[in-house]
Design a protein. Sequence first.
Length: 264
Amino acid sequence: MLSDQGLVTNLIKVAPDYYELTFRPPGILKAVPGQFLHLAVTGSHDPLLRRPLSIFDLLEGGKKCRLLFKKSGRGTALLSKFQAGEPLDYIGPLGNGFTIYPGSPWELLVAGGIGVAPLHYLARVLTESGIKIVFLLGAANRKQLLARSSLSSLGVEPLLATDDGSAGYRGTVGELLVDYLEKNPAPDRLYCCGPPSMIEQVINIAARWKIPVQASHEERMACGIGACMGCAFHHPEEDTNPTDYHYYRRLCREGPVISYRHRR
């Protein structure tokens, strides 16, 4: 698979250690919400591995792409230093994205922290299709509640949760989800993304209400195209032996979006 080279148009710091990078691809970038790009963070082979980032948004019919990321290591630290006019080498879109159901009256999205990135693009696609969105957004504190103004521009006003109670519901976004489900009809499905502990919490909560879940997972990746098996993720299907090695999935190919079915 050949890489493409876009042109960075903007990079801004949106919160402590969080950045938004906008670039123009060489042509039209077409992607399903939940897919990712595999980025080269320098023009050399140091560091050797690319960094996978979910597509945060596509604008102007795919002529402009926005990426949202947290500076958490050497690779993302280098990415945070990009400037307008610099080339951005990427492979993608890659991976398995969210399944969208046209004609659905409404959808429930649950995001924790940087997990808002793929769900923001999903929210755009859903709202532009006339589907109502209920968006639960959680973070450790109000400064880490990302993309609120961008969601508002889509007509989506998220319900907020912060661990320290500095904005919205005091507690985790999973606890906010329980509060919401106790007071409102259960959705036909639920989309989520966030830290592993948050995703596990949301999946367990959804199981109590027998709600199918599509969860976008994160994992360290090397090749990004399914060859190296470095991002293997254990995901047993229903009614199977959970220790069976056949139920490992490559997050770069069979994921990053993994489905969890709960019979209603």
